[in-house]
Ligand binder design. Structure first.
Ligand SMILES: Nc1ncnc2c1ncn2[C@@H]1O[C@H](COP(=O)(O)OP(=O)(O)OP(=O)(O)O)[C@@H](O)[C@H]1O
Ligand SMILES: [Mg+2]
Length: 245
């Protein structure tokens, strides 16, 4: 369970807040969608959960433990992070990118490569063709899939995913969405997933948290939000199911 308690983030000494008093709770094995317009504070919120960004105020707890009290390396190993725009290391091969966390954990090379190839199979990239390539030798969608594989390498309980399927064609996107639902169902991963796309949010989210200008507008199931939108912003957003921010 991940809990945010009155979390605020300011980059200008508390003059303005890009995340403003956000409190929310993500149950274990749940998929929470962070949905919001550009600049609404989604990435900043996600980064605070694994301490890539420190909150200015408030607290974040994982299973009741304040993350500031955890060793930061150990904390991040419990969480896979898929960066917006993938964030692969350009000078490293695909298999090395996927296995980087396992290397940091001191796993022997044979075991790391075996896991990297298993994950490449899972994301439908033939290891014989793709394992040795550099990220620049992949399409944008293939790079995004490698980013997802890398986040899964150490089998973390929590996955933080920042618009992981943004650059994919509709078919690949559907496939990976289905794969993510399977991971969540079979392996009980807790997932925080950022998107601009309402239909993706509805398909994947057990709950949806809607952000606007740093504030949490509403959080609930799609049905709850649809039937009782809390703000004018949410009402407009849900007026059409196909809307994307
Ligand atoms: N390191 C930083 N220094 C100063 N301002 C920042 C920093 N990081 C983010 N911001 C600002 O914080 C606000 C929220 O940014 P954030 O990246 O969280 O938005 P987002 O909701 O993820 O947007 P997008 O959908 O475009 O990815 C933006 O106005 C951004 O310019
Ligand atoms: Mg973002």
């Amino acid at each position: 369970m991940i809990q945010l308690k009155h979390v605020c983030k300011s980059f200008d000494c508390l003059k303005t807040f890009v995340v403003d008093d956000v409190s929310l709770r993500i149950e274990t094995s749940e998929i929470l969608i962070l949905l919001g317009s550009s600049g609404s504070g989604k990435t900043t919120t996600l980064k605070m959960i694994n301490r890539l960004v420190e909150p200015s105020q408030g607290a974040i707890e994982i299973d009741g433990e304040n993350i500031l009290a955890c060793d930061v390396i150990a904390l991040r190993r419990r969480m896979g992070y898929v960066f917006q725009g993938t964030g692969l290391f350009p000078h490293m091969s695909v298999e090395d990118n996927i296995a980087i966390v396992l290397k940091l954990m001191g796993q022997p090379i044979k075991k790391r490569m075996q896991r990297a190839h298993e994950l490449l199979d899972m994301i439908n990239l033939d290891p014989k063709v793709y394992a040795q390539r550099l990220p620049e030798e992949l399409s944008g969608g293939q790079r995004q899939r490698v980013g997802v594989a890398r986040a899964l390498a150490a089998d973390p309980n929590i996955l933080l995913m920042d618009e992981p399927f943004g650059a994919l064609d509709a078919i690949t996107r559907e496939e990976l969405q289905d794969e993510l639902l399977r991971l969540n169902r079979d392996l009980h991963k807790t997932i925080v997933f950022v998107t601009h796309d309402l239909s993706e949010a509805i398909k994947l989210g057990d709950k949806i948290a809607i952000m606007h200008e740093g504030r949490l507008q509403q959080m609930g199931t799609y049905q709850e939000i649809l039937h009782a939108p809390a703000t004018a912003f949410v009402k407009d957003l849900f007026a059409t199911k196909d809307s994307a921010l």
